[in-house]
Design a protein around this ligand. Structure first.
Ligand code: GLN
Length: 473
């Protein structure tokens, strides 16, 4: 791409406002980048470049996003466009309405170049569970982009979009952001409406922005964080200007390091990045404190009971009758089983089976109930830890991006989520930001978590660390 073109949403907005750049020209350049590189990266399941280019002609330079291309994960609805969820079950499904968060972006002037690839129904950490094809990491095409929002993240990293929208149930915005070298932000649960997001684990699901800078995440959150009566869990809160809340330093802030995570095996370069971040925080005026979250290592097993339980209930709607794939059987039962057997891939089936098992009579107390108790315990412990620290710093992932096909054991794959899941269990905001590279030049991501509705302070702290570790604001 022409090196004079803006790299961030913020730069783009300014260039358009001052008439240095026209949205349509920018989109035409973006189209070339996509046409040249997406055949290798495969970020998109559906492209709508002609429509996006014609929409950009109507973009007002004064609008908040002024024709900026924003890619949408294909489990979030945009009326009239496909919404496959990466599944054969919804291969030919067309969204009948637009998700509230997407509508907010469109109303602010964004245009959508396409819908992006994902692990089927957002279940996975590599985008290899897509029923259609895997996405490749733009930093190294032999590696996965992470998941499940791998297409959205690869699109931002490859210059196919200035920002993207993903969903995060256990880390699906943050983990791929870490693998691709971009920013991924999961807001406080309920801050961004889930209306129009195809449900996976409703008590955990969040829609969040994927961007090239922390400032850009704040810009997108300003637009997406609206109260929505169509989502019963949507929070009512006083409006906050997340971009204007970005502070230049960490003066007076307490950065917490979680004691129980210290012993975990992480790639040495990631451990070094943690040290660099800690030093940068001290230099910026923060104090560093060690906090305890005694049961944090039980977050992963608790999540892999709660998320499948909720998914087994949510995916019950795909019965071959109301929408999506339909395979006729001799009777109703055979219609259901033929449809669900052909429509779902093996990871989704595994989750449905686990979920139905842990919710069944006789096992409910032993598994589901116990997991929800553990969730409450960890939530309380995180709340307490966030009284002695303003933000908590962890790696986003134990390793950098792995090779396609390298992780075939599902349990090994689940371990990629060890650092990201606690924020979902607690409903806390959390962000992954780039913090250098490993010996092979692959991006490293670090994570900050904050208290519920502490999104503004969290973004501010992340922005300071991101910029002091080499990120461009
Ligand atoms: N990797 C996790 C899982 O497979 C998280 C997925 C997500 O956040 N959507 O469940």
């Amino acid at each position: 791409m022409n090196s004079e073109l803006p790299r961030s949403l913020d730069q783009y907005r300014r260039a358009v406002r001052t008439h240095v750049l026209s949205p349509t020209e920018y989109l035409q350049e973006t189209r070339e980048v996509i046409e040249q590189n997406d055949p290798q990266v495969r970020a998109f399941l559906h492209l709508r470049l002609d429509a996006a280019i014609s929409e950009s002609k109507a973009a007002k330079s004064s609008s908040l996003l002024a024709g900026a291309p924003i890619a949408i994960k294909d489990n979030i609805m945009m009326a009239g466009e496909p919404c496959t969820c990466g599944s054969l079950m919804l291969e030919h499904y067309v969204a009948p309405y637009t998700a509230t968060a997407v509508q907010a972006l469109l109303s602010a002037g964004a245009v959508v170049p396409g819908k992006t690839n994902l692990d089927e129904f957002a279940m996975g950490s590599s985008t290899e569970n897509s029923a259609f094809f895997p996405t490749h990491n733009p930093q190294d095409l032999s590696r996965v982009p992470g998941g499940s929002s791998g297409g959205s993240t690869a699109a931002v990293a490859a210059g196919f979009a200035l920002g993207a929208v993903g969903s995060d149930t256990g880390g699906s915005v943050r983990q791929p952001a870490a693998f691709c070298g971009v920013v991924g932000f999961k807001p406080t649960y309920g801050l961004v409406s889930r209306y129009g997001l195809v449900a996976f684990g409703s008590s955990l699901d969040c829609i969040g922005p994927i961007t090239r800078s922390v400032r850009d995440a704040a810009i997108m959150l300003n637009i997406m964080a609206v109260h929505d009566p169509r989502d019963a869990t949507s929070l009512r809160h006083a409006p906050v200007d997340y971009e204007a809340s970005l502070q230049p330093s960490l003066a007076g802030k307490r950065l917490g390091i979680i004691h129980e995570l210290q012993g975990l095996d992480v790639q040495p370069e990631i451990a070094r990045a943690m040290e660099d971040a800690r030093r940068a925080a001290l230099q910026s005026g923060a104090s560093v404190v060690e906090v305890s979250v005694p049961h944090i290592l039980s977050a992963l097993p608790a999540y892999y009971i709660i998320a499948p339980a909720e998914c087994s209930a949510n995916l019950g709607r795909f019965d071959g009758v109301r929408y999506g794939l339909h395979l006729e059987g001799r009777d109703m039962t055979e219609t259901y089983s033929r449809t669900r057997n052909a429509g779902f891939g093996s990871e989704v089936k595994r989750r449905i089976l686990i979920g139905a098992f842990v919710l069944s009579a006789g096992y409910y107390d032993a598994y589901y109930k116990k997991a929800t108790d553990v969730r409450q315990l960890i939530t309380d412990e995180l709340d307490l830890a966030l009284q002695s620290a303003d933000v908590l710093l962890t790696p986003t992932t134990p390793t950098t991006a792995f090779k396609l096909g390298a992780v075939s054991d599902p349990l090994e794959m689940y371990k990629a989520d060890v650092f990201t899941i606690p924020a979902n269990l607690g409903g806390l905001p959390a962000i992954s930001f780039p913090a250098g590279t490993d010996e092979s030049g692959l991006p490293i991501g670090l994570q900050l978590m904050g208290p519920r509705l502490g999104d503004a302070d969290l973004l501010s702290a992340a922005n300071v660390l991101f910029t002091s570790l080499g990120g461009a604001s």
